[in-house]
Write a protein that binds this ligand. Structure first.
Ligand code: AMP
Length: 114
C-alpha cells in the first residue's frame, strides 16, 4: 500500500530498528516503547485491520504468533512473561492501519487491558 507507513518500513523505505525479517513477516522496535521490550510484528502483506482477514489468512496469523513467541525467547522475557496484543479500530486504540502484533515485556504489566 502506497501510503502505509508499516508497508514502507517493511520495504526498508522508512528506517526502523529491525529485529526479524523473512518472506512473510517483518518485526521492529516500537518508536515509543511502552515497556523495555516493545516489538511490533507485521505481515508484509497489507491488511488494514483484523476485519480484513478471512479464513485463508489463519496460517499467516498463526505464523505471526509463532514469530512473537520466538522473539520473546530471544528477548529473554519468556520466563517472566509478556503480552501480545492487537488493537483494532478507533475504539480499540489502533493508530496505524496495518495489522500488527505488539510484543510487550521486561516489566510487570498491569492487569488492565483498557
Ligand atoms: P497501534 O496504536 O496499535 O496502531 O500501534 C501503533 C504503534 O506503532 C504505536 O505503538 C507507535 O508507537 C508505533 N509506531 C508508529 N510509527 C512508528 C515507526 N515509524 N517506527 C516504529 N514504531 C512506530
Amino acid at each position: 500500500m502506497e501510503n502505509c507507513i508499516f508497508c514502507k518500513i517493511a520495504a526498508g523505505i522508512i528506517p526502523s530498528s529491525k529485529v526479524f525479517e523473512d518472506d512473510r513477516v517483518f518485526a521492529f522496535r516500537d518508536i515509543h516503547p511502552q515497556a523495555p521490550t516493545h516489538v511490533l510484528i507485521i505481515p508484509k502483506k497489507h491488511y488494514a485491520d483484523l476485519a480484513e482477514l478471512d479464513l485463508r489468512d489463519q496460517q499467516l496469523m498463526g505464523y505471526l504468533l509463532h514469530v512473537a513467541v520466538k522473539l520473546a525467547r530471544g528477548e529473554a522475557i519468556e520466563q517472566k512473561g509478556y503480552r501480545v496484543a492487537i488493537n483494532c479500530g478507533p475504539e480499540g486504540g489502533q493508530m496505524v492501519q496495518h495489522i500488527h502484533l505488539h510484543l510487550l515485556g521486561g516489566r510487570e504489566l498491569t492487569g488492565e487491558l483498557g
